[in-house]
Design a protein around this ligand. Sequence first.
Ligand SMILES: [Zn+2]
Length: 140
Amino acid sequence: MADRLTSEQRHRCMSNIRSSNTKPEIYVRQSLWQHGFRYRLNSKNLSGKPDIVLKKYNTVIFVHGCFWHGHSCKYAKIPATNTEFWEQKILSNKKRDENVIKQLEQQGWKVIVIWQCQLKKAQRDITISSLIKEIQENGK
Ligand SMILES: [Zn+2]
């Protein structure tokens, strides 16, 4: 019993560390899969390595953490210590994101960004259903 708990905790810990398999991403993937969408993951050939690639719909999806990608929401507060460092860091992340999106759009992709805060329990369903609509539109 103790062992099982430990390995579960370890697993949770690992998945927090690994950037490319965070929980919100998994949630979006599972939802899309359940709705019959088939996709590729973290395509290394595309700029920014989009989290989800739906080739058939000409669509790539990023699931962005609010803090790291500088969302304008309450989950993206800059820490009170080292404030300047964090502001610079987040700002450069945002610029990188903008460039990535521009590049992908120039290559003809439709880019959808899902923010982590949009996947909180109260908003999940709405987020996923409007995501699905958007993907289907893109595929027309
Ligand atoms: Zn947010």
